[in-house]
Write a protein of this length. Structure first.
Length: 241
């Protein structure tokens, strides 16, 4: 359920960055009201809500994990992006200039989510009027494209073990700056089916590879966490063709 609030950055918010820049760019009360900042909670397993063009919202993930996916013609699911705290949930919804944005990669909550949403139209106008904010948004979009390229290369050229090691390491590197790791352990609420859908393997193959990585002393994935026993060995596995 969405709760209207004045434009602000929550004291407990891990996002910083974009959220902080958006709030800093607001002026008077009317300016803040135009952004229409709202908070939305989404339960694990549920879809992140969509809005009509006139009410489209730019969501930033405050807490929890989500994923964007596509359904292939044969009915299989392909996870194309994991969405982590402080990240934009859907750049198309936020910044598409089309009258009706072509958003064909819906978003699903992997865990319980809290989202901070702004009026997409007002945020676009604010970006156009604020070069520093626009530059930050462009950096966010460039990082998203770079991640997509890296994933494409991993899926095209790496072994099954390399794909899984790459996925786990890439997530860890995003969590470290947020202070969400501890003693080479971090939360990984991905089930084997999610990993399979993200790296283009079957769940049986994923299970076999995770067992190999555990038995070889590289890492252990269990109970919603991943523990690294040998980070350098994991990096070598991630680079293996």
């Amino acid at each position: 359920m969405a709760l209207p609030e004045q434009a602000r950055r929550c004291l407990s918010c891990p996002a910083g960055g974009l959220c902080e820049a958006i709030i800093a760019a607001t002026g008077d009360a009317a300016d803040r009201a135009a952004l229409d900042q709202r908070f939305v909670t989404v339960a694990a397993g549920q879809q992140v809500p969509k809005f009509e063009r006139s009410t489209a919202r730019a969501f930033i993930l405050c807490s929890g994990w989500a994923f964007r996916y596509r359904i292939l013609p044969d009915g299989r699911r392909s996870i194309v992006r994991l969405v982590l705290p402080s990240q934009l949930v859907s750049t198309e919804a936020a910044f598409s200039g089309l009258a009706v944005p072509q958003i064909d990669t819906p978003v699903k909550a992997l865990t319980d989510l809290q989202l901070c949403g702004y009026s997409a139209a007002s945020l676009r106008e604010k970006c156009l009027a604020t070069p520093a904010l626009m530059a930050l948004v462009l950096d966010v979009l460039i990082a998203e494209v770079r991640d997509a390229y890296d994933l494409t290369a991993a899926l095209a050229r790496r072994s099954a073990q390399g794909r899984i090691a790459f996925l786990v390491l890439s997530v860890m590197k995003k969590l470290v700056p947020e202070g969400l790791t501890q003693n080479r352990r971090y939360p990984l609420p991905l089930r084997q089916q999610h990993i399979a859908d993200a790296v283009g393997l079957t769940t049986v193959h994923v299970s076999r590879v995770l067992s190999q990585l555990r038995e070889s002393g590289v890492m252990t994935v269990s109970d919603g966490t991943v523990s690294f026993h040998d980070v350098q060995a994991c990096e070598r596995a991630a680079a293996r063709g």
